[in-house]
Design a protein around this ligand. Structure first.
Ligand SMILES: Cc1cc2nc3c(=O)[nH]c(=O)nc-3n(C[C@H](O)[C@H](O)[C@H](O)COP(=O)(O)OP(=O)(O)OC[C@H]3O[C@@H](n4cnc5c(N)ncnc54)[C@H](O)[C@@H]3O)c2cc1C
Length: 447
């Protein structure tokens, strides 16, 4: 906690800048100290007392520098916030201090029509960036299911992948992030340009090692994605069909499968109900007949729901990834979830886990491209029966060979591969030498 003298001094200095809004009302402090971590009862417990002491909204880069400098001089923690939709508590200030809202930096700075590379400020919403790119016949390679509300900066610093991961893998794969512009947190903050190699360490570092002020990103040719649902009554057949679709010579942007006990809790936007397991796909028009043929070979029910663009509702994108968890929790908030990469072959592992955990574990699968090949990621729904029960389940998944990305932990490392990334720590040493950017979030930083 900041002492009252330091706090008053900080407020006094920042209030002299006309480009900084200071938000001190308790309702605002409360609101901007939370994100979507309520999906994890473990995080709800560990983060319930975390509060910012001050929230600031800078309107210019000079104002960002002023905040960075004021925090560095007084050794006050600084936490960055985009739209606050992260569900690992990524932008919850663990040790108080200042929360800085980056929403004012929402401009697309440039677009190169030859390469398709776009340069954008971090507070730009992914939805707005998609609208901009559509003018040039381009689209983002990867978006989270929160694509309407999430910011670009928050996605790169706090997200991992999502819709598009079946073709394009994960955000940290080389090729997505081309360069970054950042501001350092020190007495005299520096404004730096980082090329792709040096930018990598800030990708998925939860805003702990530099204030991102612009990102240059690769984009892809825009496709009028067609929404497809396929209902299949037999689980092994449904998994087989999912894998067949993902390995076929077709263009896919999403390839998901949810167990029938989840399907009944998904919004009935398409007027469809079914007692079957359901595949949800985004495919290019020329691939529809192939997908239909593959579905018919399994006696599954194929439905072409139309073009994504023509949907009046929120679209298939908001039924998948963590939106599946959202819809289940809307029906009953006793559900939480896990995230893992399943070992191959996947069915025996899923069968073994189902046998032990029954309907307290409901399967939700997403096909992803991992190190160049198609793999099944699972975001199973898990009935909350306490921390011990969850840890037992996690241990069981690991024993069977699954790689866990645990969404019930606080640090970058524990939520990822469990290892300290030396490059992330080295970047923190350079760009946040006093260790003020959300201290406690980067486990590898010890001082
Ligand atoms: C229902 C639901 C579905 C989701 N689906 C997905 C999904 O499909 N894929 C996925 O990856 N995630 C998903 N998420 C998590 C989250 O929505 C996304 O990762 C989203 O892109 C985060 O963006 P944001 O603007 O909300 O970031 P925030 O939550 O505001 O911030 C995320 C992190 O970025 C840091 N940050 C923000 N701005 C900057 C900056 N300028 N410089 C440096 N660091 C910064 C913050 O400090 C924080 O650590 C989901 C969450 C929910 C609740």
């Amino acid at each position: 906690m900041t002492t009252p003298e330091v706090f008053n001094d900080l407020c006094e200095e920042l209030s002299t800048c006309k480009d900084i809004d200071l938000l001190t009302a308790s309702s605002e402090i409360e609101r901007f100290s939370k994100d979507a971590y309520e999906y994890s009862p473990v995080l709800v417990d560990s983060l319930k007392d975390c509060r910012a002491e001050l929230v600031v909204r800078p309107q210019s880069l000079d104002a960002v520098k002023m905040v960075a400098s004021a925090c560095a001089i007084r050794k006050v923690p600084l936490t960055l916030r985009g739209s606050g939709t992260g569900n690992y508590g990524q932008c919850v200030p663990l040790r108080g201090g200042v929360v800085m809202l980056m929403g004012a930096f929402s401009r697309v700075e440039s677009f190169d029509q030859k390469t398709g590379i776009v340069k954008v400020q971090p507070g730009c919403l992914l939805r707005d960036l998609e609208r901009f790119l559509a003018i040039y016949g381009r689209q983002l390679r990867l978006v989270p299911s929160t694509w309407r509300s999430a910011s670009v900066g928050g996605f790169f610093a706090g997200g991992s992948g999502g819709i598009g991961s079946v073709r394009w893998g994960f955000l940290r794969d080389p090729g997505h992030l081309i360069s970054l512009e950042i501001i350092t947190v020190e007495r005299i903050p520096k404004q730096l340009h980082l090329d792709a190699k040096h930018a990598e360490a800030l990708n998925h570092a939860y805003g702990t090692n530099g204030i991102v002020t612009a990102l240059s990103l690769s984009t892809t040719r825009a496709v009028s994605w067609q929404e497809v649902s396929i209902d299949c009554s037999d689980w092994p057949e449904a998994v087989d069909l999912l894998l067949c679709c993902s390995r076929a010579a077709i263009n896919l942007n999403l390839c998901s499968l949810v167990e029938k006990d989840i399907v009944k809790h998904l919004p009935n936007w398409y007027g469809l109900t079914s007692g079957s397991h359901r595949l949800l796909l985004l495919v290019e028009s020329d691939s529809l007949s192939t997908v239909e043929r593959l579905a018919n070979s399994k006696e599954a029910t194929f439905r072409h729901l139309g073009s994504e663009k023509d949907q009046k509702g929120a679209g298939l994108k908001e039924l998948v990834w963590n939106h599946t968890t959202l819809h289940m929790r809307a029906a009953n908030s006793d559900w939480t979830y896990l995230q893992m990469l399943l070992p191959q072959p996947e069915l025996p592992v899923m069968r073994s886990l189902k046998k032990r955990w029954g309907n307290e574990l409901l399967w939700h699968l997403e096909v992803v491209r991992q190190q160049g090949s198609q793999r099944l990621a699972a975001l199973p729904l898990v009935k909350w029966r306490g921390k011990e029960h969850l840890e037992e389940l996690i241990a069981n998944c690991k024993e069977l060979g699954a790689v866990l990305f645990n969404p019930h932990v606080l640090t970058v490392e524990e939520g990822g591969l469990g290892l300290v990334d030396g490059d992330q720590v080295a970047a923190k040493r350079r760009f946040d030498p006093h260790g003020l950017m959300n201290p406690g979030k980067l486990k590898g930083w010890s001082g």
